[in-house]
Design a protein around this ligand. Sequence first.
Ligand code: ZN
Ligand code: ZN
Length: 108
Amino acid sequence: MPTADPTDIFEASPSELGITWKDGHRSVYSLHHLRISCPCATCNDLRGKYGPLVINRDTIRLKGVEPTGRYALQLLWNDGHQTGIYAWEFLREICSCPECAKKGAAKS
Ligand SMILES: [Zn+2]
Ligand SMILES: [Zn+2]
């Protein structure tokens, strides 16, 4: 398992959040991707009932990013949603860069 600790969290662009990991890997997430992947119970429930969350990718923005303990990030969204706690491991897992996408494909 690669280490799942970040060394840097940065705004890659107005619509993207970037994370640099301890092992040197750099992930860039579209905010839309992060929002629809929200791991909280409410979103899990909605996805279970209605399928993928419907979020406007042009307007979804982060209002804030709060570290939660040593293991996760709480993302505060401009649509008022803020119960999503994104564990480092989870974030690392949903990295969609070509390198990680290849690994994910090999796993399944
Ligand atoms: Zn959620
Ligand atoms: Zn990656």
